[in-house]
Design a protein around this ligand. Structure first.
Ligand code: ATP
Ligand code: MG
Length: 419
């Protein structure tokens, strides 16, 4: 027998039983983004590798070891997108929709990272990304956090905590960098391999290390907040005032630096303790320098991304359920000679009552097996079409103890409307 084919490790099918949860989740997201007047942007899944190297940063986990990069038939170096912000900025610059404009954008789709697959960590995963351009003030940082908080409410999720930090401006980061490098140099012997490589290339990233053996060193490191410039402090204070006004609780975490190069000022994460090590369901912040860095006219920007699998897992964990809407009508032509009338009736019902979910019985079978299928469909009622009643249909209730009923063919729509 031929070897059976399987999906790629860390990349999963969403089976029909699972897709109602995704659809319901996505519907909530679409409604929410519309309610906040954000517009959807859709960008290609493949981009030139250069885009991610220049935006995410050469010395990051993503670029160093997680990207799916390949040469296409022309010899061009391409990468399956590991995140959406870079593509969003690339597209915005390319089409001139960022310069001197305010944009509120969102997108949803698969991202690809070659990580070690485990619970909450996949090689293909789904992100919702929300990005704003052209607003430098902290009010929009607050708006982004308020959006995410509303999403948790609409999904019925309670045990998420907001961790907040500021990285300061590029200038204050540069000042802090010097102090941090000095500190790391004096503790070289305690640095792991990754961190040694990062001391000069990207020392802030050392603070982001997940290695428990580095925890002590990290917690004793100089505090970035001591080096913040006035403007960054004011920005951060404003954000806190706005969040307080919105009734959103937060914890200041001075060690929160985020894994990507492009963040400045505000950074935040929504974290849960219910998902083990993969507890961050949403992460974001401000990235004022990125548009210019990628060749556009400078534009302030801020955004966040949500890991949708982790959120769905959290909903399962906390018992929030999404269910597929049941079938309303199982339309059953009794014999093959009834199929034409059955198909026509089904179409006229779908024309008149588009909100109904109608399943047509296909594939014939004995009376017994037909009824079995009708019952298994979960439908409320069966509508029989049969030669024996050429001008009427018979209605049988599957979930209620009621007599079979006959309705004239012309009156079926109004009968169902009344139901
Ligand atoms: P982590 O620290 O968990 O690796 P990250 O900092 O790499 O996360 P981001 O690039 O900020 O993650 O992506 C935003 C969100 O996308 C994360 O908070 C997480 O919920 C989700 N996410 C990131 N990588 C994965 C993955 N491999 N599988 C599933 N979800 C992911
Ligand atoms: Mg990661």
């Amino acid at each position: 027998m031929a070897k059976s084919l399987k999906s790629i490790r860390g990349m999963h099918d969403v089976l029909p039983e699972d897709s109602p949860r995704w659809q319901a989740f996505e519907a909530i997201i679409r409604r929410l983004m519309t309610a906040y007047a954000y517009s959807e942007i859709r960008t290609p899944i493949v981009e030139s590798t250069d885009l991610f190297c220049r935006s995410i940063g050469e010395v990051t986990d993503i670029v160093e070891k997680e990207m799916y990069t390949f040469e296409d038939r022309n010899g061009d170096l391409l990468t399956l997108r590991p995140e959406g912000t870079a593509s969003c900025v690339r597209s915005g610059i390319q089409h001139g929709i960022l310069h001197n404009q305010i944009r509120r954008l969102w997108y949803m789709g698969p991202m690809f990272r070659h990580e070690r697959p485990q619970k909450g960590r996949y090689r293909q995963f789904q992100q919702l990304g929300v990005e704003t351009f052209g607003i430098a003030d902290a009010d929009v940082d607050a708006e982004l956090i308020i959006i995410s908080a509303r999403l948790w409410r609409e999904l019925g999720l309670k045990d998420l905590r907001l961790e907040l930090n500021t990285l300061g401006s590029a200038e204050s980061r540069a000042r802090y960098r010097e102090v941090l490098v000095e500190y790391l140099e004096t503790h070289r012997d305690q640095l792991d391999e990754d961190s040694l490589r990062r001391v000069y290339k990207n020392p802030l990233r050392v603070l982001d290390s997940k290695n428990p053996e580095m925890a002590g060193l990290i917690s004793n490191a100089p505090d970035l907040h001591d080096y913040l410039d006035e403007e960054s402090v004011e920005h951060f204070e404003n954000l806190k005032v706005y969040l307080d006004a919105a009734g959103i609780d937060y914890i200041i975490n001075p060690r929160l630096v985020r894994g990507l190069d492009y963040y400045c000022k505000t950074v935040f994460e929504w974290v849960t303790d219910s998902l083990g090590a993969q507890g961050t369901v949403c992460a974001g912040g401000r990235y004022d320098g990125l548009v210019e860095q990628l060749g556009g006219k400078a534009s302030p920007a801020a955004g966040f991304a949500i890991g949708m699998e982790r959120l769905l897992a959290l909903m399962e964990e906390t018992g929030v359920a999404f269910q597929e809407t049941p079938i309303d009508i199982y339309l059953l032509p009794r014999a093959s000679s009834d199929i034409e009338r059955g198909l026509k009736l089904a179409e006229s019902l779908r024309d008149a009552l588009p909100e109904l979910k109608i399943q047509m019985h296909c594939g014939g079978g004995s009376n017994k097996s037909q009824m079995k299928k009708a019952d298994k469909s979960g439908a409320e009622m069966v509508l029989f079409v049969s030669d024996e009643e050429p001008d009427r249909v018979a209605i049988k209730y599957l979930r209620e103890d009621r007599e079979q009923q006959f309705v004239d063919q012309d009156a079926v729509v109004s009968f169902l409307q009344k139901k």
